[in-house]
Design a protein around this ligand. Structure first.
Ligand code: FES
Length: 109
């Protein structure tokens, strides 16, 4: 199967050093069945060890890996990536860092 590369645009924010959130784009190889979580793990393992995201079970059970995928809340571990994608932290919660939110602290509507 021919390898395909997608652009993954990630909203980054580290409150300890960033004044404002910003977007960073990564080129990531995907294959059939690649998920948002596998893409994030590729970025972390091969491209940028500073990227923060959260997951636990990897099988859609713990519901701990919510992120905003192209504007919609999705589970990273069971959302397929087959084209360019924008990833942001789950809306409505305080951002701890990058895609990690504090689910004990709701903000906004
Ligand atoms: S890692 Fe548990 S639901 Fe995604």
């Amino acid at each position: 199967m021919e390898a395909k590369t997608v652009q993954v645009k990630v909203k980054r924010f580290d409150p300890s050093k960033d004044k404002e959130p910003y977007y960073q784009t990564y080129e990531v190889p995907i294959e059939k069945g690649s998920t948002v979580l596998s893409v994030l793990r590729h970025i972390y393992d091969k491209l940028d060890h500073s990227l923060a995201f959260y997951y636990s079970c990897r099988i859609g059970k713990c519901v701990g890996c919510h992120v905003t995928v192209n504007g919609k809340t999705r589970l990273a571990c069971n959302t397929i990536v087959d084209s360019d994608v924008t990833l942001e932290p789950q809306k409505g919660y305080k951002v701890v860092r990058d895609l990690v939110v504090d689910k004990s602290e709701k903000v906004g509507a």
